[in-house]
Design a protein around this ligand. Structure first.
Ligand SMILES: Nc1ncnc2c1ncn2[C@@H]1O[C@H](COP(=O)(O)OP(=O)(O)OP(=O)(O)O)[C@@H](O)[C@H]1O
Ligand SMILES: [Mg+2]
Length: 221
């Protein structure tokens, strides 16, 4: 098994007012272990929809999606969420940190949910890697936007998942923070041996990935 992800002729449509609206059209993607792919495309082209399918959070209509040897078509919700919890880290544009948990607690929660021993040390180590050694005990409201996104990156990577899905992770940040955060993301993904699918509007960031794909109106061009 040399591919982490194989997507073949994937189609997604939504029903709106009894009309079927096709969102993704015959999408094909191959992603190797430890490989990064960036996804660019106009607003509404289907990038987030694609991320949702790969995360197993949305069902496709036809085609194949095989992740780490698991054919998503044959899996139920529980099996999909089990795979997601153990093998997929997700980072969004809005950081979605828990407001009543400190930076350290937000990261550590992922390990607690997965019953991992020695979690606190692992959480501290990864927060240190994203440059937040001095912010362990800050709540999200006491962190800058860039710092919050670094916590979210640490949280998504603390389990060393096989795949990181990042949907415009720097969309809410200024230029300097964007380039800093994307640098940290690529570095830490490489360190942990994960693969990465990164949606971004920023061509400079997109060019840091091994491969770059563009979606236009639901099709890869
Ligand atoms: N649950 C839904 N039901 C119906 N249509 C949807 C649904 N989710 C998304 N869409 C439509 O699918 C299309 C693709 O949406 P998607 O969120 O994937 O775009 P995107 O490429 O991520 O855009 P952006 O860059 O603005 O985030 C849009 O036209 C959107 O309106
Ligand atoms: Mg989107």
């Amino acid at each position: 098994m040399n591919k982490l992800l194989e997507i073949k002729n994937l189609n997604l449509s939504y029903k709106i007012n009894n009309k079927s609206l096709q969102i993704l059209k015959n999408v094909n993607i191959d992603l190797n272990y430890r490989e990064s792919i960036s996804v660019i495309g106009e607003s509404g082209s289907g990038k987030t929809s694609l991320i949702m399918l790969i995360a197993g959070l949305e069902k496709f209509n036809s085609g194949e999606l095989i992740f780490d040897g698991n054919n998503f078509k044959n899996l139920n919700e529980d099996e999909l969420s089990d795979i997601r919890r153990k093998n997929i880290g997700i980072i969004f544009q809005s950081f979605f940190l828990l407001p009543n948990f400190t930076a350290l607690e937000n990261v550590n929660l992922t390990l607690e949910i997965n019953n991992i021993n020695n979690g606190l040390n692992k959480s501290k180590e990864i927060l240190d890697k994203v440059g937040l050694k001095h912010r362990f005990n800050h709540y999200p409201s006491q962190l800058s936007g860039g710092e919050q996104q670094r916590v979210a990156i640490a949280r998504s990577l603390v389990m060393k998942p096989k795949l990181i899905l990042a949907d415009e992770p720097t969309g809410n940040l200024d230029k300097i923070n964007s380039s800093l955060i994307s640098g940290i993301l690529f570095e830490i993904v490489k360190d942990s041996g994960s693969s990465l699918i990164l949606v971004t509007h920023d061509n400079k960031i997109a060019n840091k990935a091994h491969k770059k794909i563009e979606i236009n109106d639901g099709k890869i061009i």
